[in-house]
Design a protein around this ligand. Sequence first.
Ligand SMILES: [Ca+2]
Ligand SMILES: [Ca+2]
Length: 162
Amino acid sequence: MAANWLYYVASFGVIFISLVTAKCSDCGLSWHRTNGNCYLMVEEPKSFWNAEAYCQRLSRLGRESHLVSIADQQEEDAVEAYAQLSGHSTIWIGYEKDPVVGDGLVYRWTDGSPSVVYEAWAGGEPSGNGEDCGSLRNGHQWNDRGCDNPYPFICEMRGKNV
Ligand SMILES: [Ca+2]
Ligand SMILES: [Ca+2]
């Protein structure tokens, strides 16, 4: 009886892991998978909007791709760890000054995620003054930069059920 019980628990574990793995297996081999989302570091520097357009072109059936959005500390930690592998001093993230709100330094995510819920600006940032697009500075903490500047960037493909 105890052996049967163990067998069922083990089977469930294998099925569960298979489902979690399958959820991200259609991102593509070069994507970095964590917490049900997939991230892709693109080394070729592009302006903010060219970077966002590049990420959108990587969308797959039912899975939108955009510049990375950072929803909470857990995702911040995951994205920082991934970003630091590349060693770039500035990397675009998908956070842009909300043109509807104007000059109020209110930001929004390009993928439509709820904004202003979680932010990790460096001290004194966002500085504004024509810097309207968000970046990761030295792999951690955020800094607004001029959107036309070309930087490497991280795309995110969200999980199917997110
Ligand atoms: Ca995200
Ligand atoms: Ca700034």
